[in-house]
Design a binder for this molecule. Sequence first.
Ligand SMILES: Cc1ncc(COP(=O)(O)O)c(C=O)c1O
Length: 270
Amino acid sequence: MCPQPSYPLFSFLGDVNDVRMVPYRLTYAASWRIDFDSLENSITDSTRAVLLVNPNNPTGSFIKRDEIERLNGICQKHNLVIMSDEVFNNYAIDDEEKLSLINNTEVLTFVLSGLSKVLALPQMKLAWIIMNGPHDQMKDAYSRLEMIADTYLSVSTPVQNALVHWLSLRKEIQNDIRNRIEDNLAIIEKLLDNHISTLLKFEGGWSAVLRFNGLTDDFAYRLLDQHKVYIHPGYFYDFDEASYCVLSLLTPTNILAEGLERILKCQNGG
Ligand SMILES: Cc1ncc(COP(=O)(O)O)c(C=O)c1O
């Protein structure tokens, strides 16, 4: 089971690994929450795992404590494991609100992260899995994971050698990114015309989601053709309505501000 909307590559990754991804919905009302009816209604005898993205890309939402409890209950009942992709976990807007599944002992749980977001080094291809859960299940899963890791061959040696030094720089890099994200969120809030577009609640990650009236493919093409602004329409991420767009919060702030001004001009018929 995988969340929707979420990272668009999951369905392709599932396909190439002979895993069928079945979506469950996230719904928005003041913040994003798991639609547990849609999750439970889609569980069958062949369901094996529930994938979380925490915080989710692109909705920027962290899982809530009551959701973890409910999810654990469902997974215990159906004998499912949890896979929590936490690559954006260092980028919470409020550290008090961020929850991780790394201490989840109720259910066999795999928490994923890696250099791609921790150090903003996606090309270095080093990632890790933290496993937790009932002891006997962990022992079994550990030996299978070892076999899988061996089968995919080893992480590059230069990357392994550089890792300790690189990790010592993570606070600096993460602070730069967090500052950029905060500046960009402030600019978005300042420039948005709330009659046409709203910024949805952002809890963490690198993307902002805007909901705005009149967002069609035509509008996105017009923005690109005439105003040279590239936005991701929400359906790239399987939002269930057309009226969402996703903005990268990593864009340099002056460029983001210029882009937003062009979007507003285009919305106003310019
Ligand atoms: C939620 C999520 N998980 C995983 C990845 C990919 O990470 P990696 O570069 O470590 O494969 C991304 C990349 O954007 C992502 O958004």
